[in-house]
Design a protein around this ligand. Structure first.
Ligand code: ZN
Ligand code: ZN
Length: 279
């Protein structure tokens, strides 16, 4: 079970997932798994590599691609073939709700893979005890961010609706990598155009998060144009601080809450070149 993440840790994971899923493995995402039953395409050899790649849990299995000239033994050959089939055969993987299990739909049947116990209901695993192609395929899809890892579920970004992986038991409102500002980054308030530094990204909705006077953020007139369901971003005003030398210390500054889409992230050229401390 993945330990619960704090709100400060989650953006890193979200970004990482979205990077793996959408950018680095574009070929697979677009042409292979995303449409369910199409084969992985020609980019297969580099697709599942990398530090988080699906090869990770297979460590002691030896080479994934048997080399006939080396005379690999039967066991390695079988594993290599299973990995190959896991990569290339049409299979659709669906996470089952709130546990570590996944439904794997194939042309030969539908099986349940449990990553918690590392088991599959197919004969290759259940009878012969092999690490079957279904287990391998689920590992691959978790590795590229196609399906949530055990302990995670898919939530919708409150701004754009894109899927984002969050801890199963965490409730509230969430943001995707594109709409989640980094803590410590400079943003602008769309209402006043004032510069802010983000000090926190909460999972509390704007109609639940209350200011000191006991009023929900969403009830303020200046927030009427933004979604009540959006999570609240906490930030401090920068004011004249950029004129002073040295890093910007935000520790003593008053924190304000904003519905997520009210703060605008800055292009690199717009960002002040000043370190922020005291977050
Ligand atoms: Zn299986
Ligand atoms: Zn989004």
């Amino acid at each position: 079970m993945t330990p619960a993440l704090t709100t400060d840790e989650r953006p890193e994971r979200t970004r990482e997932r979205s990077h793996h899923g959408r950018n680095r493995h574009d070929g697979i995402h677009e042409n292979g798994v995303a449409r369910g039953r199409r084969r992985f395409t020609e980019d297969r050899p580099d697709a599942p590599d990398g530090p988080d790649g699906p090869d990770r849990p297979d460590g002691p299995d030896g080479p994934e691609e048997p080399n006939a000239q080396d005379g690999v033994d039967a066991v390695q050959s079988g594993d290599g073939e299973r990995t190959e089939r896991a990569r290339t055969e049409p299979m659709a993987v669906y996470p089952l709700r709130d546990d570590d299990r996944y439904l794997v739909d194939t042309e030969g049947g539908t099986y349940v893979v449990d990553l918690g116990s590392d088991t599959c209901t197919c004969p290759d695993h259940a009878i012969r005890g092999n690490r079957c192609k279904h287990l391998r395929r689920v590992d691959m899809e978790v590795g590229i961010g196609r399906v949530p890892a055990p302990g995670e579920r898919v939530a919708a970004c409150a701004v754009c609706g894109d899927g984002v992986f969050v801890p199963v038991r965490e409730t509230g409102a969430f943001l995707c990598g594109d709409h989640r500002p980094a803590v410590g980054s400079f943003v602008r308030d769309r209402e006043s155009d004032k510069l802010l530094v983000v000090t926190g990204v909460t999972t509390e909705r704007a109609d639940e998060y209350e200011t000191e006077e006991g009023k929900p953020i969403a009830d303020y007139d200046t927030n009427a144009a933004y979604g009540d369901h959006e999570p609240v971003i906490e930030a401090v005003y920068v004011g004249n601080a950029l004129r002073s030398p040295g890093p910007l210390d935000v520790s003593g500054r008053k924190r304000y809450g904003f519905p997520a889409s009210r703060v605008r992230r800055l292009d690199p050229a717009e960002r002040p070149d000043m370190p922020v401390i005291g977050l």
